[in-house]
Design a protein around this ligand. Structure first.
Ligand code: RB5
Length: 172
């Protein structure tokens, strides 16, 4: 399978581990970054990761930030993306089986690596079981309009990066 993955600076090591984990299992991984621990912004990587899935370049996506909240919300803003924030195996299974979620989101500071690995395995292995109702619901969700003009816009978050570069965020 071709997997698109992304994270923020809080969980870079975990994302790198997951890239290895997936590659060892025979998947092809598109690593959208971030690639180091320098402070950055989760929506950049949520958007990038989702766009690869939305365009069909990747089959599924995985996004991780500290809590998983910020990056899942961002990932969901991309057209055709149904990102599910999970912290347990059963929710990962449900998200794929009934909602045909195409991005799995997790909080690297909330959920342990063992559960994260198993949630990923479950998400990748579970088949979507389409029913008349789920089909209709998903069609409705996917029809909610999104801003196509922003697809691939690398500069959409520039103001946040500039603010950071100019010392606009208090050091932690
Ligand atoms: C750090 O930016 C932190 O807010 C982020 O990793 C995440 O926890 C947000 O939901």
């Amino acid at each position: 399978m071709k997997i698109s993955i992304g994270c923020d600076h809080i969980v870079t090591e975990m994302k790198n581990h997951l890239v290895e984990y997936l590659t060892e299992k025979g998947h092809e991984v598109i690593d959208n970054g971030t690639h180091d621990k320098e402070r950055t912004h989760y929506p950049i990587y949520g958007k990038k990761t989702s766009e690869k899935v939305s365009s069909g370049e990747a089959d599924l996506g995985i996004v991780v930030c500290g809590t998983g909240v910020g990056i899942s919300v961002s990932a969901n803003k991309v057209k055709r993306i149904r990102a599910a924030l999970v912290s347990d195996i059963e929710t990962a299974r449900y998200a794929k089986k009934h909602l045909n979620a195409n991005v799995l989101a997790m909080g690297g500071r909330i959920t342990g690596i063992g559960v994260i690995e198993e949630a990923i395995d479950t998400f990748l292995e579970t088949e979507y079981e389409e029913t008349e109702e789920s089909k209709k619901l998903i069609e409705k969700i996917d029809s909610i309009p999104m801003n196509e003009d922003l697809i691939g816009d690398e500069h959409y978050f520039d103001e946040f990066i500039e603010k950071w570069n100019n010392g606009g965020y208090p050091a932690k």
